[in-house]
Ligand binder design. Structure first.
Ligand SMILES: Cc1cc2nc3c(=O)[nH]c(=O)nc-3n(C[C@H](O)[C@H](O)[C@H](O)COP(=O)(O)OP(=O)(O)OC[C@H]3O[C@@H](n4cnc5c(N)ncnc54)[C@H](O)[C@@H]3O)c2cc1C
Length: 323
């Protein structure tokens, strides 16, 4: 069996849980086993209905009042017992704060290893070899896991949402966690502050990456955005360098946007960035490197120096605006 952990909040399923199922399905092309989605919650009904309608085998639900918020010891205890009873070949977690906390905890309790931030895999001699970014995405490492089950976290956006309809069996499992004294107590959640700009609603986005070079040059991105009546956005290094505001970051640790037009300027196309903009209807990429991965998903690609291309685009856009 391949198990996947469902991440949810207030009854709403995080999309990454559906991406995990696509990962599981692909892995299962060679592992040839069953697939089960695991839900831990104080109210499993709402989440479970999303998964029982999918073409997977089982939806395993553990319901207890203690699961209202994430408590590592309780979650790990239930999952350890589940692994011991189901003996899965793999247990996949989303690469979220919860997943990155829980997966290694579970692996350690089983004396095994865990692999974090997996973005893909291929089989070599019947063995899955996983890919994960290292050095902030500059290199991709190929890694095998020698312990069983394979426990790993998957990067958001690495796979498409699983949508194949079917009928999965609902399996409630016993989960008495009253004997465990948690050493961690969740004191509640604070919603992120609403800011003045919401790039997720923008129809056109002009986004700048590290290729822009320095803060002053970012004005070119703002100028093109203004000329097109668009919002401006940025990749993470740009935000980390404080060339643009954090609420304008696109990507797995920023905002997920889906405008009609996304213009990526000097952005290489790392998977964490693509996770945040791949649903854009039309993607225009400007990059001086013809091998930049952003061109793999671009609708239109312009290979060239953005410092030559952007001024021309700004001028043409202004002409159009002013008739
Ligand atoms: C846990 C984690 C979460 C992350 N979350 C995010 C996230 O939410 N969003 C995000 O964006 N990244 C995120 N990252 C970082 C990500 O891995 C990449 O490092 C980042 O996206 C690269 O940003 P970039 O494309 O702007 O820079 P680079 O990868 O450095 O690319 C710059 C590009 O500009 C091009 N260029 C340079 N000069 C010019 C020029 N004159 N004209 C045209 N092109 C030029 C280069 O050819 C290059 O392709 C995350 C990483 C980790 C590990």
């Amino acid at each position: 069996m391949i198990l996947t952990l469902v991440e949810h909040r207030n009854g709403k399923v995080d999309e990454v849980s559906l991406e995990l199922l696509t990962f599981a399905k692909k892995l299962n092309q060679k592992l040839n086993t069953k697939i089960g989605a695991v839900i831990l919650s104080h109210q499993t009904k709402e989440c479970a209905s999303t998964f029982t309608q999918l073409a997977i085998d089982e939806v395993i639900v553990a319901e207890a009042p203690a699961f209202q918020t994430y408590t590592p010891e309780l979650y790990a205890d239930v999952l350890k017992k589940l692994v011991q009873s189901k003996n899965p070949k793999a247990f996949l977690f989303p690469h979220t704060p919860l997943g990155t906390d829980l997966a290694p905890k579970l692996a350690a309790s089983l004396n095994g290893g865990a692999l974090a931030e997996c973005t893909g895999f291929e089989f070599e001699s019947e063995k899955p070899v996983f890919t994960r970014p290292v050095y902030n995405g500059k290199l991709q490492a190929k890694v095998t896991l020698e312990s069983s089950p394979l426990i790993l976290t998957m990067e958001r956006g690495a796979f498409k949402k699983y949508e194949e309809k079917g009928q999965a069996t609902l399996i409630p499992i016993a989960c008495d966690v009253s004997h465990i004294q948690p050493r961690y107590k969740s004191l509640g959640f604070r919603e992120a502050q609403k800011t003045s700009v919401d790039i997720t609603k923008a129809k056109i986005i002009v986004s700048g990456g590290r290729g822009i070079g320095k803060k002053e040059n970012f004005q070119l991105i703002k100028d093109l955005a203004q000329a097109l009546g668009a919002e401006y956005a940025a990749s993470r290094p740009v935000v980390d360098n404080e060339w643009a505001e954090r609420d304008r970051q696109v990507g797995s640790s920023g905002k997920v946007v889906s405008p009609t037009l996304y213009i990526a300027c000097g952005i290489s196309g790392a998977i964490q960035h693509i996770a945040g903009m791949k649903k854009s209807s039309v993607i225009v990429a400007i990059n001086k490197d013809p091998e930049a991965p952003i061109f793999n998903i671009a609708t239109y690609g312009i290979v060239g120096d953005l410092f030559k291309i952007l001024p021309i685009m700004i001028e043409e856009a202004r002409k159009l605006k002013h008739g």
